[in-house]
Design a protein around this ligand. Structure first.
Ligand code: PMP
Length: 399
């Protein structure tokens, strides 16, 4: 039934894939829709003959679908880029550089993705300053500190809609009110949340919003940045003047068209899919919490519908990941960037965990190929893995 619903033949059904925040298969409906733009409608959208006009029209249609997903006031307020990383860079650098006369201070929460934090640090070389807003033990931004840190020099504040590692959803409407009373512009990284939970840039008074294609079953190689009507940003990729001169480079038409269709489907399916995943999420949390010294990370209630994250005392996240992989279950142990360096995640440290606590983390992000019937198998493997690793752990006698 589920396979029929999803048609996800890209996934080997024998394995249980629980790492949708890292990567997802393209939705077969999206692939079918966008495929002609790989091999049939290949004309350059800047060409003014009929084929070019057709690909241009397809891009504009995709822009409209993405504008609808987040309730942008105008389709022209959507700028296509190549990745969420690029959208975040464009938001931070583009806004700061273009509005330099209005302030040189940038704020971001301590749990932002590295593609927000690094551009901010880079701007320091150009004379900008930045401050980090702390979060509480559930990952919620400290609103008093935000208010205190904002000055008339604060040109842009960046707070993610929901965190990819601990699932916590931030109170964006409250945050935008505070930012607009004192500072200038609010950028929201919605990579982990767009297509999963409702986002309304007008109601929530968001100035810039990052939306990722491959985080909503669209193709890789496309992302979007919503830029509020009237807000001027500087191009960080000058060239042939595509995307209203803000983001040059011949458009990746296949990925852009696919992203639009993925956005349309996500909007349609959101309510049903979110409540389906929430059921699985809550059952998993309930069962995994029964394991000794297992602690949920992130907010217990204000969390993404598909997000389950834990830490286990006395064992390493990497060992959990590799052991579970031997049972054909793929999970994550935090941000892909920190898993490369084996450094504890800056997100887990920001919520107040000690280094040794932050090392034992496990992140499950659910998706269309998962169902409620898988829960007992997943829980069994998590329990066995944790028990086995604890027996081997030199710290196990400390339990
Ligand atoms: N922001 C968030 C919240 C993320 O989780 C990620 C990674 N998926 C990114 C930005 C960057 O995405 P990408 O690597 O696709 O550019």
């Amino acid at each position: 039934m589920l396979e029929q619903l999803c048609g996800f033949d890209g996934i080997d059904m024998k394995r249980i894939y629980l790492d949708h925040a890292s990567s997802m298969p393209i939705d077969p409906r999206v692939l079918k829709f966008a495929m002609p733009f790989l091999n049939k409608n290949y004309e350059n959208p800047s060409s003014i003959y009929s084929g070019g006009l057709e690909t241009k029209r397809a891009i504009e249609e995709s822009r409209r679908k993405i504008a609808e997903l987040v309730n942008a006031e105008n389709t022209n307020n959507i700028i296509f880029t190549s990745s969420a990383t690029e959208s975040n860079n464009l938001a931070i650098k583009g806004t700061a550089l273009r509005n330099i006369g209005n302030g040189k201070n940038i704020l971001a929460s301590a749990i932002e993705h590295i593609s927000v934090l690094n551009p901010m640090k880079e701007l320091q070389k150009n004379g900008y300053t930045y401050d980090i807003i702390p979060v509480d033990s559930n990952g919620l931004v400290d609103l008093d500190r935000l208010e205190n840190l904002l000055t008339n020099q604060t040109i842009i504040t960046s707070i993610m809609y929901a965190n990819n590692e601990i699932g916590t959803i931030e109170p964006i409407k409250k945050i935008s009110k505070i930012v607009h009373e004192n500072g200038k512009y609010l950028h929201v990284d919605a990579t982990a949340s767009a297509g999963r939970i409702p986002i309304d840039v007008q109601d929530q008074e968001i100035d810039l919003l990052t939306i990722s294609s491959n985080d909503m079953y669209g193709p890789r190689g496309a992302s979007a940045l919503y830029v509020k009507q009237g807000l001027k940003i500087q191009s960080i990729l000058p060239g042939g003047g595509q995307e209203r001169g803000i983001r040059s480079g011949t458009e990746n038409v296949f990925a852009i068209v696919g992203m639009g269709e993925a956005a349309r489907l996500a909007k349609n399916d959101m309510n049903m899919e979110s409540s389906r995943l929430k059921n699985i999420r809550d059952k998993l949390i309930h069962e995994i919490l029964k394991i000794d010294n297992a602690y949920l990370t992130g907010h217990p209630v204000k969390r993404l519908p598909h997000h389950v994250s834990f830490r286990f005392s006395h064992i390493e996240g990497e060992s959990i990941l590799l052991n579970m992989d031997m049972s054909n279950i793929q999970i994550s142990t935090g941000s892909a960037c920190s898993s490369k360096t084996l450094e504890p995640s800056h997100v887990l440290l920001a919520i107040g965990l000690k280094h040794e606590e932050a090392h034992g983390s496990m992140v499950i992000t659910l998706g269309k190929s998962n169902n409620l019937e898988l829960v007992p198998d997943i829980v069994k493997v998590v329990k066995e893995t944790v028990n086995r690793l604890r027996k081997l752990s030199p710290l196990s006698n400390l339990r």
